[in-house]
Write a protein that binds this ligand. Structure first.
Ligand code: TXA
Ligand code: MG
Length: 336
């Protein structure tokens, strides 16, 4: 694979964005693959490098809430204002009606745009110095594992002009996405910011819950709901109780310190010794990448986690990662 230039030169990275190039950069959630969000040709390169279908729209990243004046049709909508004031900078993406100036390639022709202000100093410096909204999906090939470390980006992508190195990301799962429509919001993707937090911060808001079982067709209206996503290149199985007899080549990812380590396992990773869901989220994709990179591991087992707080986002990603190799009954492979 071609060597990708990597470093911490924000000035250089910002210049590349301004000139229509591609920069992979860290956010607090996962690494993003960024381009000038107002330059349709630069944005087209993101789709090309990611091998992403053009029906799947991108998130625009801003350096200040006021930068949304060129993006949202009604930046002063009270719900949008309340969400920005409470959760930006941070892992909340707000989808709302767009202004005509937002290129159609960013929104896949939809009349809404997704925007967020990340909580990561390198990302904010980059966006502010570039002086434009930065369109950025996660910096992985379409449908594959999201990157939480610079090496993950180097492993998957070719054709990136610069990789801004910020080490491992802190949250580890992608942002929560909500769509705002009148006084109502709808959860499109669970993330570190929970509906309970949103409810507490904006009292009286009508929140439509997220449909974990939404049919595939709905994936087009709310693309984050696609059933298969974030997949490792090996079969992945979710377990409640680990099978007593593991096959050779099994890699096991435990949520917390297990009572016994299966001795036949090829590799064992514990996401959080003390069973902390936030720590587990931060280590989730790194663990899956490590299993993918281990040539002796041919199948991966991952322990089921509680779907509370960030656990809802974790299990959403885990189920989607397991779906590809799952049963034909429309579910992920779960061993109980
Ligand atoms: O944490 C994150 O959100 C990361 C970092 C890099 O910011 N980005 C990220 O982008 O996860 P991506 O492209 O991998 O996921 C964005 C999701 C996609 O599922 C896309 O379909 C959805 O957001 N999306 C974007 N614009 C939308 C819109 N107007 N309406 C509904 N969904 C939208
Ligand atoms: Mg992604």
């Amino acid at each position: 694979m071609a060597i990708m230039e990597k470093g911490t030169d924000i000035r250089k990275a910002a210049g590349i964005i301004r000139n229509g190039g591609l920069v992979a950069f860290p956010t607090e959630t996962v690494y993003g693959l960024g381009a000038n969000g107002l330059d349709p040709i630069a944005v087209a390169r993101i789709y090309e490098v990611k091998q992403r279908p053009s029906f799947d729209p991108l998130i625009l990243h801003v350096g200040n809430p006021s930068d949304t004046d060129q993006l949202y049709k009604d930046q002063d909508d009270p719900v949008i204002r309340a969400l920005m004031e409470n959760f930006w900078p941070g892992p909340l993406t707000i989808v709302a009606a767009k202004k005509p100036g937002v290129p159609g390639i960013v929104t896949s022709g939809m009349d809404t745009v997704a925007v967020r202000m990340p909580r990561n100093e390198l990302a904010l410096d980059l966006i502010r110095m570039a002086g434009v909204p930065v369109a950025a999906p996660s910096a992985n090939l379409f449908g594959r594992l999201s990157p939480t470390m610079p090496q993950h980006v180097q492993k998957q992508l070719k054709g990136v002009d610069y990789l801004l190195d910020g080490g491992k990301t802190s949250i580890g799962v992608e942002s929560t996405i909500v769509a705002v429509n009148g006084g109502k919001i709808r959860l499109l993707r669970p993330g570190a910011i929970t509906t309970e937090q949103i409810r507490n911060a904006v009292p009286g808001l009508d929140i439509e819950p997220w449909e974990a079982s939404a049919p595939e067709e709905e994936g087009l209206a709310a693309p984050g709901l696609m059933k298969s996503h974030y997949s490792p290149d090996k079969p992945l199985f979710i377990f409640g109780n680990l099978p007593a007899k593991l096959k050779p080549g099994s890699g096991v990812i435990f949520f917390r310190e297990p009572s016994a380590i299966p001795d036949i396992a090829e590799e064992v990773i514990i996401l959080s010794g003390k069973g902390d869901l936030r720590e587990a989220a931060a280590n989730l994709f790194t663990a899956l990448h490590d299993m993918e990179n281990n040539p002796f591991v041919t199948m991966i087992f991952i322990e089921q986690m509680a779907e509370r707080g960030i656990g809802m986002a974790i299990m959403d990603r885990v189920r989607k990662a397991a779906y590809r190799h799952g049963g034909h009954d429309g579910t992920a492979s779960v061993i109980v």
